[in-house]
Design a protein around this ligand. Structure first.
Ligand SMILES: NC(=O)c1ccc[n+]([C@@H]2O[C@H](COP(=O)([O-])OP(=O)(O)OC[C@H]3O[C@@H](n4cnc5c(N)ncnc54)[C@H](OP(=O)(O)O)[C@@H]3O)[C@@H](O)[C@H]2O)c1
Length: 426
C-alpha cells in the first residue's frame, strides 16, 4: 500500500468509492442535468472529464466548480485560451486540456473513468461514444444518433469488450426499467410514447407557416435545439425506434409509438401474457440520467415529485401519419436496415441545420427526407441489375465506423442537392 506521503493532493482529497465520470457535451441540456445530479451526490460521483464545442464560458464555470482532470474542446486555439485562463491554477493545477476527435477519444477511453455520459448531439458523438464502448466503459447513452448510424457495431463491440450501454433517453430508460432483464422472447411489443410536440393540434393547412421559434417551443420538455426540432417533426421518435431496436434486441415490427400528451408515461412494455408495464413520473431528464449514473442502485434524487391525484386524466392517441410523415420515413429506413438509417440520420441533420438557420421551411424537412430516401431506394435497386458492383458497400452494410461516416455523408450530400444549398457537407 502507498503511504499517504506518496499520494498526490488530488488522490488524498478523493474518497475511494466515487464513480468517475466523463461527461461528453457537458454544456448541453443532458450535460447540465448530469452535473446537477453530480452536485447532489458529491460523495458518489467525481467528474474526471468534461467536453464542449463552443460554450467556453459555461465550460470555464464548470471547470472551476468540478475541477476535472481532463477537458476536451474543439480546437487547439481554445486549448491555448483555456491554458491562459487557468494558468494561475484556478482549476486545480492538474487539469489537462485536449482537443478535437483525438481529445474526445482520449477522455472517453481514459483508464481512470468508470462511466461515460454520451451527451453530444448528433453524429458528432459517434467517435467518442464508440471509443468508450471499445474501452469497455459503462456508457449512459443519451446521444441516440450513433446507435441509429451503427447500432449493430455498437452492440457487437460492447459484447466483446464488456461495455454496458445504459439507455438514458427517457423512453428507453422507461423500457429498461419496465423490462427488468426479461428476455426478448417475452416481449409482445415495446410502446414508445410521444408528447406530439408543439404541432400536435395545429391545423394541417397552417404547417406551411411554422416558424423556427414555434418549432423550438416544446410543450413538455426543455431540450437542445436539434432534438426539439426532431420532436416537432417526430423524426425523434423515428430515431428512437431504431435506438430501441438495438438496445432491446427487438424487431422494428414489435415497436410502436403512441401519443401520450402529458409526458407522464415515459414508455411501456407489453409482455406476451398481456401484462403492460409502464414507467411514469414528471418529465425531468434527471430521473433517467440518475437511474443510469446510480445503476444498479437508485439515487434519492431531490426533484419535484409527481402527485398522482393531480393528474386526473392521461391521454393516449394513435399517431396521425399525415401530420408526422418523418415517422413513416424513419420506420421504412429502420426496416430496410444496412446503411439506410445512417443515410437518413445524416440527411436529417443537414435539413435540421438548414431549418435552424432559417434557410428552409418546416415542411421542407419531411419533403427533403422523402426525396433523399427515394434516391437511396433507386440506388439500392441497382442490386438487381448488372450495375450491382457500383453500389457503395456502406449503403448496404455498416461494418465499421468508416462505413457509418460515409453513409452519413452520402445522406447529407443528397439532402444538400435536393435543397440546392451550396455549402459544403459539414
Ligand atoms: N436534451 C434532452 O432532454 C435529451 C433527451 C433525450 C435524449 N437526448 C439526446 O442527447 C443528445 C444531446 O442532446 P442535448 O439536448 O443535450 O443537446 P445540446 O443541448 O445541443 O448539447 C449538445 C452538447 O454537445 C456539444 N457538441 C455539439 N456539437 C458538437 C461537436 N460537433 N463536437 C463536440 N461537441 C459537440 C455541445 O457543445 P456546445 O454547448 O459548446 O455547443 C453541447 O455540450 C442528443 O443526441 C439528443 O437526442 C437529449
Amino acid at each position: 500500500m502507498k503511504s499517504s506521503a506518496s499520494l498526490t493532493n488530488r488522490q488524498k482529497a478523493r474518497p475511494p468509492a466515487h464513480t468517475k465520470l466523463t461527461v461528453l457535451g457537458s454544456t448541453g441540456s443532458i450535460g447540465l442535468n448530469t452535473l446537477d445530479i453530480v452536485r447532489q451526490f458529491p460523495q458518489k460521483f467525481r467528474i474526471e472529464a468534461l467536453s464542449c464545442r463552443n460554450s467556453i464560458e459555461r465550460l470555464v464555470e464548470q471547470i472551476k466548480e468540478f475541477k476535472p482532470r481532463l477537458v476536451c474542446v474543439d480546437t487547439n486555439e481554445q486549448v491555448r485560451e483555456l491554458r491562459e485562463t487557468f494558468g494561475r491554477g484556478d482549476s486545480g493545477p492538474e487539469t489537462v486540456f485536449v482537443w478535437g476527435a483525438e481529445g474526445l477519444a482520449q477522455i472517453s477511453s481514459d483508464p481512470e473513468v468508470d462511466l461515460v455520459v454520451a451527451g453530444i448531439v448528433g453524429a458528432a458523438g459517434l467517435g467518442p461514444t464508440f471509443s468508450a464502448v471499445e474501452a469497455g466503459k459503462t456508457v449512459a447513452v443519451a446521444n441516440k444518433e450513433p446507435l441509429v448510424m451503427a447500432g449493430e457495431l455498437f452492440v457487437k463491440t460492447a459484447k466483446k469488450t464488456g461495455a454496458k450501454l445504459l439507455p438514458t433517453d427517457s423512453e428507453h430508460n422507461a423500457i429498461f426499467q419496465a423490462l427488468h432483464d426479461e428476455p426478448p422472447e417475452r416481449i409482445a411489443r415495446l410502446i414508445l410514447t410521444a408528447s406530439g410536440g408543439p404541432f400536435r393540434d395545429l391545423p394541417l393547412e397552417e404547417f406551411e407557416k411554422i416558424t423556427l421559434a414555434e418549432a423550438l417551443n416544446h410543450p413538455n420538455w426543455e431540450m437542445g435545439r436539434k432534438i426539439s426540432i426532431d420532436s416537432a417533426t417526430m423524426m425523434n421518435k423515428g430515431l428512437e425506434i431504431i435506438e430501441a431496436h438495438w438496445l432491446f434486441n427487438t424487431p422494428v415490427e414489435k415497436i410502436d409509438v403512441l401519443m401520450q400528451r402529458e409526458s407522464i408515461i415515459h414508455s411501456m412494455v407489453e409482455f406476451i401474457d398481456g401484462s403492460f408495464l409502464a414507467q411514469m413520473g414528471l418529465p425531468d431528464m434527471r430521473v433517467p440520467i440518475a437511474y443510469c449514473l446510480g445503476w444498479p442502485e437508485r439515487l434519492p434524487l431531490k426533484i419535484p415529485r409527481m402527485d398522482p391525484v393531480s393528474l386526473k386524466k392521461l391521454h393516449f392517441e394513435a399517431i396521425d401519419p399525415n401530420r408526422f410523415p418523418c415517422l413513416s420515413i424513419s420506420v421504412k429506413a429502420a426496416k430496410q436496415g444496412g446503411g439506410s438509417p445512417a443515410v437518413l440520420n445524416g440527411a436529417n441533420e443537414e435539413v435540421v441545420y438548414a431549418f435552424s438557420n432559417e434557410e428552409i421551411r418546416f415542411v421542407d424537412i419531411a419533403k427533403t427526407l422523402a426525396s433523399v430516401m427515394r434516391k437511396l431506394d433507386e440506388t439500392l435497386q441497382q442490386t438487381a441489375t448488372d450495375f450491382a458492383d457500383e453500389i457503395p458497400n456502406f449503403l448496404l452494410n455498416i461494418k465499421s465506423l468508416e462505413d457509418a461516416v460515409q453513409a452519413d455523408q452520402w445522406g447529407r450530400e443528397q439532402a444538400r442537392k435536393v435543397l440546392d444549398i451550396g455549402r459544403k457537407v459539414r
